[in-house]
Design a protein around this ligand. Structure first.
Ligand SMILES: [Zn+2]
Length: 280
């Protein structure tokens, strides 16, 4: 059997055996890659971490994947603004298509400021300051983090996160994750995970450390392109573990979402602009 055919058969079998979408109660009809393909822009993504999802969740949360891919690639240490060059341009089009409004929020011309920063070579260069604190970015990244939690829960617990379960997520942009916070998280996460296909891994793009009881709770610290980190705890019995936890020592904001809430969360917090019809 050819590789493409084999892949199709495996994916078909997954859709037939999975009881529901990993993100909601609907029957699955599509294959969802989590981490998403867009994160591996122009690089090969190892096979694996493919899940069964419904069409509405798969399509309706694409914007979250695009925004996460963008923030995982923006580095203040880069010589040139990533957004304006090379790979960044392709990603920019994806963000504009799947997450309209984010571009204006992040690179708001009216709020635009330039700061002189030291690049990788040590030379001071002017850089546009990026606004990552807007409501659209927050909504998209909260949903992305919850998706990742539900997918990795499915992978490590062996079944989808229960409908009355939930994922608590906290994300850190760029160098926002302090060493102290990272060490505090890592102390409870002993197991190393990544996306592997034989000996081919993509640790630079996606790596995580996790802990899991293989029954009802999964926790992980995930690094995406080393620029964007997510700490998450997913549980099918969140009340038993007193989730969402209050994290007084952690300055980043935390969020809690349940299966079935992702598409609605975006519709409410990151509504797509209505297209205006212009008459000739
Ligand atoms: Zn769904």
């Amino acid at each position: 059997m050819g590789q493409a055919k084999h892949k199709k058969v495996t994916q078909q079998a997954m859709l037939e055996t999975e009881e529901r979408c990993i993100y909601c109660a609907a029957a699955p009809s599509t294959i969802e890659h989590m981490p998403p393909l867009v994160l591996f822009l122009k690089r090969q993504r190892p096979k694996g971490l493919e899940f069964a999802a419904c069409l509405e969740c798969n399509n309706g949360t694409k914007g979250a994947d695009a925004v996460a891919a963008l923030f995982s690639r923006i580095s203040q240490a880069d010589q040139d603004p990533f957004w304006e060059n090379g790979d960044g341009v392709t990603l920019r089009h994806t963000v504009e298509r799947d997450a309209p409004g984010v571009r204006d929020e992040v690179f708001d011309e009216r709020k635009a400021t330039t700061r002189w920063m030291r690049g990788r070579t040590g030379v001071l260069t002017p850089k546009a300051v990026i606004h990552a604190d807007g409501p659209l970015v927050k909504a998209y990244l909260d949903v992305f983090a919850a998706k990742l939690g539900m997918a990795l829960y499915r992978r490590h617990v062996g079944k989808p996160l229960a409908m009355d379960g939930g994922v608590q997520t906290t994300w850190y942009m760029n160098s926002g994750l302090s060493e102290k916070t990272a060490l505090a998280h890592l102390s409870i996460l002993p197991i190393d995970g990544s996306l592997k296909q034989g000996t081919f891994t993509a640790r630079e793009q996606f790596a995580y450390r996790y802990n899991c009881d293989e029954k009802s709770i999964f926790a992980a610290l995930i690094g995406l392109n080393s620029n964007f980190h997510i700490f998450l705890i997913a549980s099918s019995t969140p009340e038993k573990f007193m989730l969402p936890l209050t994290m007084p020592n952690i300055s980043a904001t935390t969020n809690f979402l349940r299966p079935g809430q992702l598409v609605d969360h975006l519709a409410t917090n990151a509504p797509r602009p209505r297209r205006l019809l212009t008459l000739p």
